[in-house]
Design a protein around this ligand. Structure first.
Ligand code: ADP
Length: 488
């Protein structure tokens, strides 16, 4: 049985802002079911502490430099039984709201300190310096917030194997040189072969350079980030590490996202009760103030309102989309200019465009349940989760065929339709023309109810549970552990 120290800056349902939180909330439980002894480690944000059940202090660490006192609080991940260790240091984490951004939407000014502290606590736990009598075989760390931990462990003879997962290469944790000095990191780490990135301190490089192995969240994204178009200047490093970089598709929480048991839906439905999806559709149309109509295609978009997700393409294409005769519902929050533009569009097209600015999980379920199509024109997409939820809900995805979207949605070309493998629509460039072309094809098929039903059912039959992905991680842990030293 492998002992896994699983480190992330968010995990559902304690704290979450997106896909990473979903993954860190589900993968540890799937690993536990496969027999791993997992400890999930998170910063003790105020909002996470408010949700955590009876956190108990189990250790106190003195973190250098400065001998900062940090408590390790133990709790369980609600609904899973996975043990969670919360790194409690109120000056760093006891503040409300978003883990990364202040109320003005800017990164917290002390993020370098906050996540360096987190990484130092992780390194201490990885070496059992907290005296907890538990030493991991593998430290599995995620995204830039944990990036310094593999770098800190590099020269420790007793260290566990290290695995670093990239959920989104565009978030790198870049800080000025002054932060490098202030953090008291070893001077040798200031080099282009280590943490320096064009004169800045790069947290993510700590993971990319020093972890024994790297993964990212889909096979296509693993290939794409080794090219200049998707590599953010790190493609050379990633090509160099190409032999130690694997793409493993994320799973979804099939209990949380199941139209047959979803308490957010007015009437649950499934493959054998597909007509009942119409109840959710009508309810959504009413909620959005749309003209009710079973024949009017409802198109949905949920996610962060940022250029990555192609929000600008959706905004610009609204008149053309409406010309196709659809009703459009958008749920998200993000860049202020996109939020404003969407709110204006909703005011202009009151009965046909509904915009909900915010993070609203219940509404996201009602949207998945009620919509006919899910539009996802991401410019890049490491894995993407909403197209997977959509497949499960019979809400046909229309996606830019990139990254995880290319790996999970099978385009409804004639051949794939004939074979019965089609599950959605893909377009090959992140442009309005290409997106509208795919939407055109989607609407045309929607007008052929029998074939559309077939497409919905194909999607609903796909399986994207965590078990298969967790088995792949387990194989990797085994291979890494075989190479690691000194862990009995
Ligand atoms: P990313 O991690 O890049 O934001 P993913 O598709 O991997 O994108 O995951 C996003 C997750 O966050 C999904 O579970 C999605 O449903 C959820 N989500 C994003 N924005 C919202 C929102 N405004 N309201 C509710 N859920 C949201």
């Amino acid at each position: 049985m492998y002992r896994i120290l699983f480190a992330a800056s968010e995990a559902y349902p304690l704290i979450t802002t997106g896909g990473l939180g979903d993954v860190a909330g589900a993968l540890p439980a799937a690993l536990k079911r496969l027999g791993c002894d997992v400890r999930l480690v998170l910063p003790a944000y105020r909002d996470a502490l408010a949700v955590a059940r009876r956190p108990q202090r189990v250790a106190r660490l003195a973190i250098t430099p400065g001998q900062l006192e940090v408590d390790v609080l133990e709790t369980r991940l609600p609904g899973t039984g996975v043990k969670v260790w919360l790194i409690h240091h109120p000056p760093a984490y006891d503040r409300p709201g978003n883990p990364y951004l202040d109320p003005a939407g800017q990164p917290w000014a002390d993020n370098a300190m906050r996540f360096a502290l987190f990484a130092r606590a992780l390194a201490a736990l990885a070496l059992d310096r907290a005296g907890l009598g538990w030493r991991p075989h593998v430290m599995h760390a995620h995204d830039w917030e944990t990036g310094l931990a593999p770098a800190l462990l590099q020269h420790e003879p007793q260290r566990p194997a290290t695995l670093f997962t990239i959920h989104n290469l565009s978030y790198q944790g870049l800080f000025p040189y002054a932060s490098f000095v202030a953090l008291g990191l070893r001077p040798a780490l200031w080099s282009a072969e280590a943490l320096e990135f064009h004169g800045q301190l790069s947290f993510i490089k700590g993971g990319l350079v020093f972890a024994d192995h790297l993964t990212t969240v889909s096979p296509s994204y693993a290939r794409e980030i080794q090219t200049p178009a998707f590599g953010y200047g790190l493609d050379g490093l990633l090509r160099h590490r190409g032999q130690h970089l694997t793409g493993i598709l994320n799973g979804i929480d099939e209990r949380r996202w199941n139209p047959a048991t979803d308490a957010h839906l007015r009437k649950p439905y499934g493959k054998r009760r597909l007509a009942d999806k119409g109840v959710s559709k009508l309810a959504l149309q009413q909620e959005c103030g749309f003209e009710p109509g079973a024949d009017v295609p409802v198109v949905a978009s949920i996610g962060r309102l940022v250029a990555q997700k192609g929000t600008d393409l959706v905004i610009e294409a609204v008149p053309a989309l409406l010309d196709l005769g659809v009703q459009l519902v958008v749920l998200g929050r993000g860049e202020a200019s996109y939020e404003r533009a969407l709110v204006e569009l909703a005011a202009r097209y009151r009965r046909r465009v509904h915009v909900h600015i915010g993070y609203d999980e219940p509404f996201s379920h009602r949207v998945e349940g009620g919509a006919d199509m899910f539009l996802m024109p991401s410019r890049f997409e490491p894995c993407g989760l909403n197209q997977l939820y959509s497949l499960r809900y019979g809400t046909v995805p229309v996606v830019h065929a990139v990254g995880g979207l290319a790996d999970t949605v099978v385009d409804a070309g004639e051949a794939q339709l004939a074979k019965g493998s089609a599950t959605g629509f893909g377009f090959s460039a992140p442009t309005i023309e290409a997106m509208l072309g795919a939407m055109d094809r989607a609407i045309a098929l929607y007008r052929q109810p029998a074939r559309w039903r077939h497409l919905m059912l194909n999607g609903m039959r796909q399986s994207f549970g965590w078990r298969r992905s967790a088995e792949r991680y387990l194989e990797l842990y085994g291979a890494l552990n075989a190479r690691a030293r000194d862990v009995p």
